[in-house]
Design a protein around this ligand. Structure first.
Ligand SMILES: Nc1ncnc2c1ncn2[C@@H]1O[C@H](COP(=O)(O)OP(=O)(O)OP(=O)(O)O)[C@@H](O)[C@H]1O
Ligand SMILES: [Zn+2]
Length: 467
């Protein structure tokens, strides 16, 4: 297998050659755990989880770490709001994150490091950066001196001027340079904090990943991945910290970035409020529909969340499951399932999932039309084997159709509640919320019509917008 990956650092698709074939290392930036994740946050976990699965097919020793950020101002705010201890919030949502991803068919990584379990390593890295002249302490903070690292900005292709212009307008007085970023900051008594040479404080976000990657994977790692929203400043800062802490050694050899899941044309993001919560979606849709949707576009492309992409994903899966149901008389043990070379080649070509899906559709067609028993067996074995690799068609076909049918039984109270919310949203002139409610209903096959006497609704096929 010749695995080729797009490296954001060189902006090229390159052959993947591990530094040490006996130990292939991969680090993916995980979530900050203060709430349930939105379905966009699941995209990197699904995509890079698939990459880990692909790597493991050919290499015995893959070490995959995906971290949990469990110290952050957003967590503090969430805990305050809930009136709960911070650890209660982080434990609860880290757990929910793992459970929701497991339902999406994401294999657990080998290592799930938590930032708060690496404070000693973080402090040690800060000390090394200070000692080597790349960081300085000021007013109980430790800051990274961006001027001290000539390659700063190389990954994102930004000039120093751009990055400074992007830095906050009112620059803290203790910063030497406006682009300098925080490695350590002071904590007040009511906030989480740890003793350090700079007083009681807590780490900045970027240094956490550098310290956890070093602790578990070493100075130089093979693959570092995350969403492309993290390229600047997060990944740029990770590179600066780790490279300088390791005497100039390359930090990550291949940088992979997934494109954003968008909703209504904009990045799905908590700060914009246009989010669909994965935990809630999993109650409404078969998990494979969501997994299919997240993999249907190439991972580097943007991908739009909409009721029609959901409906198409479901329809395609219905088609494939239909073949399995119609061919239920053919008995195939799991060890007879095969992954075809073209399917594997598509995935090895920088995770070309659209091409892989086209192959699955072709196999489903062949299995449906196959005249001879021999061809039916062969195509079905290939369909099942390839689909298993990508994490689909794992359900019993009969169950699948029961699930889809059950998903279409609409709860009238739920519809009524949403319609009332929509009336309130429209009265408050929050038309985007009103539109989202309409979409949410349509995704479950509920079509609404506004008339003189109020709003009427009826159930059609999920995702079909016209009554
Ligand atoms: N809309 C999106 N599409 C794809 N990946 C995303 C999206 N939003 C965030 N991610 C990725 O999800 C992972 C977890 O990120 P994190 O918990 O920091 O979320 P976040 O960036 O705070 O989310 P938000 O921007 O919604 O506040 C990161 O790898 C990030 O790049
Ligand atoms: Zn990170």
């Amino acid at each position: 297998m010749n695995l080729r990956l797009h490296n954001s650092m060189t902006r090229r698709v390159e052959d993947f050659v591990p530094l040490d074939p006996e130990r292939i290392t991969m680090y993916v930036c995980g979530p900050t755990v203060y709430n349930y994740i939105h379905v966009g946050n699941a995209r990197p976990a699904v995509v890079f989880g698939l990459l880990a699965r692909l790597l493991r097919r050919h290499h015995k020793h893959v070490v995959y770490a995906r971290n949990i950020t469990d110290v952050d101002d957003k967590i503090n705010a969430a805990a305050r709001e809930a009136g709960a201890p911070i650890a209660t919030i982080t434990t609860r949502f880290a757990q929910a994150y793992h459970e929701d991803l497991a339902r999406l068919g994401v294999d657990p990584p080998d290592i799930v490091p938590h930032a708060t379990a690496h404070i000693a390593e973080i402090i040690a890295m800060c000390e090394r950066l200070i000692a080597s002249g790349h960081a300085y302490a000021a007013e109980n903070h430790v800051l990274f001196d961006v001027e001290s690292y000539a390659d700063y900005g190389k990954l994102s292709g930004r000039s120093t001027e751009d990055m400074i212009a992007g830095a906050r307008i009112d620059v803290a007085p203790y910063k030497k340079g406006p682009g300098d970023f925080v490695l350590w900051k002071p904590s007040t008594d009511d906030l989480p904090g740890w003793d350090s040479p700079w007083g009681r404080g807590r780490p900045g976000w970027h240094i956490e990943c550098s310290a956890m990657a070093e602790a578990h994977l070493g100075d130089t790692i093979d693959i570092h991945a995350g969403g492309n929203d993290l390229m600047f400043p997060h990944h740029e800062n990770e590179i600066a910290q780790s490279t300088c802490a390791h005497g100039g050694k390359v930090f990550a050899r291949y940088w992979l970035h997934n494109g954003m899941l968008t909703f209504g044309g904009r990045k799905m993001s908590k700060s914009l409020g246009n989010v669909m919560i994965l935990h809630e979606l999993l109650e409404k849709y078969p998990p494979e529909v969501l997994r299919f949707l997240l993999l249907r576009a190439h991972y580097r492309q943007p991908l739009d969340w909409s009721e029609s992409t959901l409906a198409q994903s479901r329809a395609t899966l219905d088609g494939w499951y239909g073949v399995l149901r119609d061919r239920a008389d053919i008995e195939l043990a799991e060890d007879e399932w095969i992954v075809t070379p073209d399917f594997e080649a598509a995935l090895c070509d920088d995770l070309n999932t659209p091409a892989a899906f086209a192959i699955l559709s072709g196999l489903a067609d062949e299995a449906r039309k196959a005249a001879s028993a021999e061809t039916r067996r062969r195509t079905l074995a290939a369909l099942l084997g390839c689909a298993r690799l990508i994490g689909l068609l794992q359900e019993d076909p009969e169950n699948w159709f029961k699930q889809t049918a059950a998903g279409n039984e609409v709860d009238a109270d739920w519809v009524q509640r949403l319609l009332e919310e929509r009336v309130a949203a429209r009265a408050a002139r929050d038309f985007s919320r009103a539109d989202r409610i309409r979409e949410e209903l349509a995704a479950r096959g509920v079509v609404i019509e506004d008339g003189a006497g109020g709003t009427r609704w009826k159930v059609v096929e999920p995702g079909q917008t016209t009554p």
